[in-house]
Write a protein that binds this ligand. Structure first.
Ligand code: SF4
Length: 240
């Protein structure tokens, strides 16, 4: 147990080898040595911190080899997954394995419930509300669930054309997606905004718009495809 500071003396925060801390409103002195990691623990901690997300080669991960066509969550009428009021579909399964991932459960391709016609009809009905700006696809990894994502994207375009916009998050970067399989390219061509890149714990910044780490970008997909060399054009409403 820490030693209580019965004297309440004024002075420096360090007394001999003890440091002063507050516990339940009382000042106590503790020996910092007792909080040092045990032999071997420090190495494990450093190793865990240094672990990086996976980096697939072009075409290495095929959506239909992994996807179980499952949905981790569906959140209609939210304000946080992109611009305006949005309906967000969270697909199940991701292989990037980013340390610090915000949605660990959704890394599992078996997590959640199947995507159904009934759910699709509900999404379309929700998006048809005049105050809804569009659809957002997140995960998990949307580009490893292209059967589901291309199906709902096609339906949104069929019902609303470009009156509603489509955002997608991805652990893939823009440059990686350009080298990917036809199903991923079809999906990329049909969305409006891509928030790209793995979550990097060492670049974490919670003040960024719609992103968790500073390597990630908000890319205007249609403007990017319109450039001669298909370079990524950053969303023109980016504030930070
Ligand atoms: S890409 Fe996203 S969902 Fe996948 S592991 Fe990284 S943070 Fe998690």
């Amino acid at each position: 147990m820490p030693e209580k500071d019965k004297n309440q003396q004024e002075g420096p925060d360090v007394r001999d080898n003890l440091i002063r801390i507050s516990v339940d409103g009382e000042t106590v002195f503790v020996n910092p040595d007792q909080y040092k990691p045990k032999a071997g623990q420090e190495g494990k901690r450093v190793k865990k911190m240094k672990r990086m997300p996976k980096n697939p080669k072009p075409g290495e991960w095929i959506s239909e080899d992994y996807s179980k066509h499952k949905i981790a969550d569906y959140k209609p009428f939210n304000f946080v997954d992109g611009e305006g009021v949005r309906c967000s579909l969270y697909v199940s399964g991701c292989l990037f394995d980013c340390p610090g991932c915000y949605n660990l459960a959704a890394q599992n391709f078996n997590y959640g419930r199947p995507y159904t016609q009934e759910l699709e009809d509900q999404i379309i009905n929700d998006i048809s509300q005049p105050y809804v700006q569009g659809l957002t696809l997140l995960g998990g990894e949307p580009f490893l669930n292209t059967w589901v994502c291309n199906r709902i994207i096609d339906r949104v375009r069929k019902e609303f054309g470009h009156d509603k916009d489509i955002w997608s998050w991805s652990g893939y970067t823009w440059e990686e997606l350009l080298q990917e399989t036809p199903d991923k390219l079809k999906m990329l061509h049909n969305i409006d905004i891509l928030v790209d890149g793995r979550f990097m714990d060492n670049l974490k910044d919670l003040t960024l718009q719609f992103r968790g780490s500073s390597n990630q970008r908000i890319i205007d997909v249609q403007k990017s495809f319109a450039t001669p060399d298909q370079h990524p054009v950053i969303w023109d409403k980016l504030i930070r």
